[in-house]
Design a protein around this ligand. Structure first.
Ligand SMILES: [Zn+2]
Length: 258
């Protein structure tokens, strides 16, 4: 059985097991077909989808840590019972070196961001929609890794950005676009159309990572290679909340501590 997983050359080269899922390769029925990672649907189907992911990425199913995502900037360090962590509100999760813990974020249009420190083996996963971009969840994740290593900025962190809604489809009010640009960079603004604007969330995340001191070539925008990587445009490969609303499944971005 093929299990398509999008991976980053930068993270692979640094030796971190990781991946961004598509909607292919799982067991969920329509309209969530087939690799849905939403946590409040059929538990048996979710367990099977998670087991397939664990086998494909290379971690034990019992060490997959996730949190209750609320579009904020709080970071939790994974540990203890994953079921307990899932009840805690956070939009970033970090895993300690030597634990083999996997940390993951669920997305359906928001940007999944995976960060790693090759010097320590420490990793983090962040869920960054426009509210998370504004709240600073990417910075909270990078600063956690940098602080934990005792290194200064530009210490050699590496990061991968996964599939999200693209600038083709991410229409917001002009005021929201201004807030995203203020929190990131003018490069996040794709175009204005009257009172509305189209925003490139992955460009916003990249700008934040570079501002934090990551080298430009240490930030890998995985879906930009090849197809557009827009979750809303590519129904075959991705879930999209903006396209499908409550009938949308959830993709996962996951990374494992070394
Ligand atoms: Zn699109």
């Amino acid at each position: 059985m093929t299990f398509p997983l999008l991976t980053s050359k930068v993270l692979s080269k640094a030796g971190f097991p990781h991946g961004f899922t598509t909607r292919l390769g799982g067991v969920s029925p329509p309209p969530f077909d087939t690799l849905d990672f939403a946590v409040l649907r059929d538990p048996a189907l979710l367990r099977e989808n998670q087991a397939r992911l664990a086998a494909a990425v290379g971690f034990a199913p019992g060490v997959l840590h996730q949190a209750m995502q609320v579009h904020g900037a709080r970071l939790l360090v994974a540990g203890g019972d994953p079921a307990a962590t899932l009840a805690l509100e956070a939009d970033a999760l970090a895993a300690e070196p030597g634990t083999g813990h996997a940390v993951a974020v669920r997305v359906a249009d928001c940007v999944p961001v995976l960060l790693a420190d090759p010097a320590t083996g420490r990793v983090a996963a962040a869920h960054a929609g426009w509210r998370g971009v504004e709240a600073g969840v990417v910075g909270a994740s990078a600063r956690h890794l940098l602080g934990a290593s005792g290194a200064g900025p530009a210490s050699g962190l590496v990061a991968a950005i996964g599939p999200s809604i693209g600038p083709c489809c991410f229409e917001v009010g002009g005021d929201v676009a201004d807030r995203i640009v203020r929190a990131s960079s003018p490069s996040a603004l794709d175009r204005r159309v009257g009172e509305k604007a189209f925003v490139d969330l992955r460009a916003a995340v990249r700008a934040q990572l570079v501002e934090l001191g990551l080298a430009d070539d240490a930030v890998d925008d995985v879906p930009s290679r090849g197809r557009s990587g827009c979750t809303r445009c590519d129904r075959e490969r991705y879930y999209s909340y903006r396209r499908d609303g409550d009938a949308s499944g959830r993709l996962l971005g996951v990374i494992v501590a070394r």
